[in-house]
Every structure is written in structure tokens, then in C-alpha cells.
Design a protein around this ligand. Structure first.
Ligand SMILES: [Zn+2]
Ligand SMILES: [Zn+2]
Length: 358
């Protein structure tokens, strides 16, 4: 029998392994410079952690989680994302006490049962950061700029930052009401949308089958309370003063229930404009929701495979396909020593795998 890697998974070797290693090393360097501390959480967790935090009526929980029962009868899930696991660890270990700066990052594999496509796998790698205990718009801006810096370190600068505010518990209900009324007037929605309409009308907005019908849907930004609206303006003006051009995208809702106020996606035409290279937002209620003290927070995650796919036409990565140029590329980027040692090893053994990245 000939064995092959399971559908939606892949072996990473040659230039791809080198690219991923460099991205992760450079990211860790940037995180540490910004005062973020690494946390490694387990690959699997109690399944209910994700159901509770991400939300029952979401694609991830309804269709995409790898759930299994272990020999002790526990219902476990392979982690589909990093934010819920990190929040669980933050509460369990009272990390707010040991690390009052509240800045953490993670690098690791995530798992979602999705239809495999370019740069999208069922086992995929994410690099993410979470900034706890700050409700300041400056924290939102720092997180977005950080995500942008990570992409820039592998040569990706042609990006668009889409940003929206989902409001708070005070103003979002009014928006939900307006949405439900609006969707009733559109009619002809798919089964998923009809089922979600009452419980989670925001999710209807980014239904892949129906979203093209919603051109004149109500926008959350028109329903924001004074507090949310003031904070949203502040986030945008901070980004602008940092030289980051963002576009307000009223349809951006993200596929997870825990978000409040700021949500964002960083997109690149290099991998199709609909797919984000990095994304995140603010989640002020999640920590309390899973049993901790009320702690506002904001974070992002970057998909390593998608980022490397977008990077494959940049000068930086074209250099990696030629062993002699690796030294130049690495010297230019001042990468970490172990990435350097790794590259020397790859170069000595000859870089045989010159296929396109990702
Ligand atoms: Zn509000
Ligand atoms: Zn639909």
C-alpha cells in the first residue's frame, strides 16, 4: 500500500520549510522587541472551551472542528484557533499577575475541517499575539501595526487593512434588530442563513453564498454608541498617523462570536482579495465568559501558509530559491542566529526543492 499525507495536510520541506522557519524566527524577534512573551498551549483542549468562546452558531463550531472522545470519555477538540486556548491559560495561571504588561504571543498548528485550497490546509500554522487588560484604542492600533510588521518582514507590503467596529453590548442589539428586518426584506436566503437569522444575524452578513445580495445592508458604524464611535475614530486616526492606510469595511464581521468593537483583516491581492493573510480584533468579554475576571483584550493571528504564498513573488523569497543568495537575504534582514545556522545547513546540503512556496 502506498501511503500519502492525509487530505488537507502537507509535508513541509526544502524552500518551504526554510521560509516558514525564517517567518517564525523573525516574528518572535519582532514580538520580543514589542514586549510580548511566548505561550505554548496544548494542541487539544476540552471541546466546550471552543464552543463557548467561538460561539455555537459559527462555521468553525458547526462544521470545522476536529472533535474526538479519548479513552477516558472526555470530549476533546484539536484547537481550531489560538485565542480561546490562550485566554484559558491566562485565566488558569493568573498570568495577569505574573505578566502585568499583558502581552503574549503563540506560534503553532491549528486544525479545521475545511475544503483544501491554495494556501489553506486542514492542519495550518498560525502566528498570533494577544494584548490583555487594555481597553485603549492604542492597543488596537499596536496589534494591527504589529500584524503589518510581521508581513513586511517577509517582503509583503502590498496590503490592504480592512477595519470595522462591531459595537458593544449596548449598541449591537439595535444593529442586530435592523439586520433581521433587512434580511426579511431580501428574502431567498440559503438554509444556513435562515437557521442563523435569529441567533446570529451578523454571521448572515458574510455568508459565502448570499453575501453578494447584501449590497445595501445596514452598517454597524451607523449604529455605534458614542463610546464605541469615539474609540473607532481614535483607532483609525492612530493607524493613520502611523502611516497605515485602512479602509472601513461595514461588511467585515469575522467568523467568531467573541469579538467586540474593533475587527480587522489584512488582505493582499496576491492570494485573492477575499482571503485574509492576518486578522483579529477586540474581545472584551471573552476572559470573563470563560471564568476569569473582566479583562478587555485585543489580538490577531496570521496564517503562515497564506503569508508565504503571498510572499512567493517578492524579492526576498525569490532570493531563497538560490542557495548563494540566501546569505545575502539573511544578512539584509538581520535574522536570528539559529535561522542563520539553519540556512547554512540547508545550503550545504544543497537546496533541492525549488518548487513554488506554500
Ligand atoms: Zn457601543
Ligand atoms: Zn446564506
Amino acid at each position: 500500500m502506498n501511503y500519502k499525507a492525509s487530505r488537507g495536510t502537507r509535508d513541509i520541506f526544502g524552500a518551504n520549510a526554510l521560509g516558514m522557519s525564517l517567518l517564525e524566527q523573525k516574528s518572535k524577534e519582532i514580538f520580543r522587541k514589542h514586549g510580548f512573551e511566548e505561550v505554548r498551549t496544548p494542541i487539544f483542549e476540552d471541546a466546550s472551551l471552543f464552543m463557548r468562546s467561538i460561539g455555537q452558531v459559527t462555521d468553525i463550531v458547526e462544521k470545522e472542528m476536529y472533535i474526538f472522545e479519548d479513552k477516558g470519555g472526555r470530549k476533546l477538540a484539536l484547537r481550531p484557533e489560538g485565542t480561546a486556548s490562550l485566554a484559558r491559560a491566562f485565566v488558569e495561571h493568573r498570568m495577569g499577575v505574573s505578566n502585568p504588561a499583558g502581552k503574549f504571543f503563540y506560534v503553532g498548528e491549528m486544525f479545521r475541517y475545511e475544503r483544501p485550497q491554495a494556501g489553506r490546509y486542514r492542519q495550518f500554522h498560525q502566528i498570533g499575539a494577544e494584548f490583555y487588560d487594555s481597553s485603549s484604542p492604542a492597543a488596537d492600533a499596536e496589534i494591527i501595526i504589529l500584524a503589518q510588521d510581521l508581513l513586511a518582514c517577509i517582503g509583503i507590503s502590498e496590503i490592504k487593512v480592512h477595519i470595522n467596529s462591531l459595537g458593544c453590548q449596548k449598541c449591537r442589539p439595535l444593529f442586530k434588530e435592523a439586520l433581521i428586518k433587512y434580511f426579511a426584506s431580501v428574502g431567498d436566503l440559503c438554509q444556513d442563513c435562515i437557521r442563523r437569522l435569529d441567533k446570529n444575524p451578523l454571521r448572515v452578513l458574510d455568508c459565502k453564498a448570499d453575501s453578494c445580495k447584501f449590497t445595501d445592508a445596514p452598517q454597524m458604524t451607523d449604529y455605534l454608541c458614542d463610546d464605541c464611535s469615539g474609540k473607532f475614530d481614535m483607532v483609525r486616526s492612530l493607524l493613520k498617523s502611523a502611516g497605515c492606510n485602512c479602509v472601513v469595511d461595514g461588511k467585515l464581521v469575522r467568523g467568531l462570536d467573541y469579538y467586540t468593537r474593533t475587527v480587522f483583516e489584512i488582505r493582499s491581492d496576491a492570494v485573492g482579495s477575499q482571503d485574509a493573510l492576518a486578522a483579529g480584533g477586540r474581545y472584551d468579554n471573552l476572559v470573563k465568559e470563560i471564568g476569569g475576571q473582566s479583562t478587555p483584550a485585543v489580538g490577531f493571528a496570521l496564517g503562515s501558509q497564506r503569508a508565504l504564498l503571498a510572499a512567493q513573488n517578492t524579492d526576498f523569497f525569490n532570493n531563497l530559491s538560490s542557495p548563494e543568495k540566501i546569505f545575502v537575504a539573511i544578512a539584509d534582514q538581520e535574522l536570528f542566529n539559529d535561522a542563520f545556522a539553519f540556512a547554512i545547513k540547508v545550503t550545504r546540503n544543497g537546496l533541492k526543492d525549488n518548487r513554488p512556496l506554500a
